[in-house]
Design a protein around this ligand. Structure first.
Ligand code: ADP
Length: 364
């Protein structure tokens, strides 16, 4: 399947400073691709360039209709612009009625009055905004206003919807509501969406794939599951707030299996990096198995003597803080906590399979 939109060798500079350096990014038709990364990492710049609001310093973009940024005439540019709609942090509504706002783009495109009204009203019904149709947009709550902005964009039936932190100025209930409308409409109308956010939690439920952008560089793309299980770099793991991110060193390596030193403790993991490499090691807390009692001397690798430092209920699970020579967190069920009698101060054994340890080159 060829990409709906593809970015190649895109670089952008502001005052001589490189803020964007994306070698390649493909967006597939009908997907919601969330571009996530800390503030200032170039997400909005990327969106503005794709939306033809800014010209990149270099690089090219191929669009779904076969056009390319590098060889686009003015007419083609305008035609393409009309196939895209953007939602910003603030709704930016006109000081007119809700209906007039939703009709605005249709009017600009020369859609006849009755047809315009029919289309706007249909969209207002779909968005549960009908009761506000004749209200002045300025009197709406933040959530209602952002929904109106979404209705105004979607009534134009864009091929590509660009969302730049659309939930930032909303309260928690409105965020949830808005997200449901975004994903519902995007799926129903077969639109492709690029959704920018500095908070990846916000997009987890609706994104098909994540693209992680940090310091202008695209470090990883993949489904949320893939990115969480195997972050491509330590900075990605840090951005995701990964627990159990530890520093270590490759002591020995043979046929893809390495002996690592993590805070003076020896561990075995799958890793192709050569001996001497500094690494960051990610041990997913749900992959840490706890065994009652202290381990026996000379036991198998990746069985660590662990002293329980903290036990805290977290939803259906229990978070257990451990001191294994380095701090380690494990999540276990309430039942297994009770069975094993795990309490602060207890000395137990933490076991991690070599395959459950994700090793990344050290970059920070
Ligand atoms: P994000 O959306 O990830 O927060 P931006 O794309 O807004 O990041 O910004 C990326 C970098 O480019 C930031 O360091 C920002 O300060 C800078 N920047 C953005 N717009 C401009 C501009 N118009 N002039 C100069 N620098 C800018």
């Amino acid at each position: 399947m060829s990409a709906f939109l593809s970015v190649a060798g895109l670089r952008h500079f502001y005052q001589g400073r490189k803020v964007l350096d994306v070698e390649s990014l493909e967006v597939m038709e009908g997907e919601i691709l969330a571009v996530v990364g800390p503030n200032g990492s170039g997400k909005s710049t990327l969106l503005r360039i794709i939306n033809l609001l800014e010209r990149p310093s270099s690089g090219d973009i191929s669009f779904w209709d076969g056009s390319r940024l590098s060889s686009m005439g003015r007419g083609e540019r305008r035609g393409l612009s009309r196939q895209m709609a953007m939602i910003f942090q603030e709704p930016l509504l006109f000081k007119r009625s809700v209906r007039a706002n939703v009709e605005y783009g249709l009017k600009a495109r020369g859609v006849k009055k009755e047809e315009r009204r029919r289309m706007a009203d249909e969209m207002l019904v779909r968005m549960d905004l009908s009761r506000f149709a004749d209200r002045a947009a300025a009197t709406l709550s933040g959530g209602e206003a952002q929904k109106t902005a979404l209705a105004r964009a979607m009534v134009l039936r864009p091929r590509l919807l660009l969302l730049d932190e659309p939930l930032v100025s909303l309260d928690a209930p409105s965020r949830k509501d808005m997200l449901a409308y975004i994903s519902g409409l995007v799926r129903e109308m077969g639109v492709t969406a690029l959704y920018v956010s500095h908070d990846y939690h916000e997009v987890l439920e609706i994104a098909d794939r994540l693209a992680v952008l940090i310091d202008g560089r695209l470090l990883q793309t993949g489904t949320p599951g893939e990115v969480f299980a195997k972050p491509a770099a330590d900075v990605v793991a840090e951005f995701l707030g990964a627990e159990n991110l530890l520093e270590g060193k490759v002591a020995e390596s043979r046929e893809g299996v390495a002996r690592l030193e993590v805070a003076g403790v020896e561990m075995e993991a799958l890793c192709e990096l050569p001996p001497g490499s500094r690494v960051k090691v990610l041990i997913h807390p749900e992959e840490v198995a706890l065994l009652p009692g202290e381990m026996e001397a000379g036991s198998v690798r990746n069985r660590l003597r662990a002293q329980v430092t903290e036990v805290r209920a977290q939803g259906a699970l229990v978070k257990v803080g451990l001191d294994c020579g380095f701090p380690l967190v494990a999540y276990i069920t309430r039942d297994s906590r009770e069975e094993m009698g795990i309490d602060a101060g207890a000395v137990i054994t933490a076991a991690v399979k070599a395959t459950a340890i994700h090793v990344m080159p050290f970059s920070t």
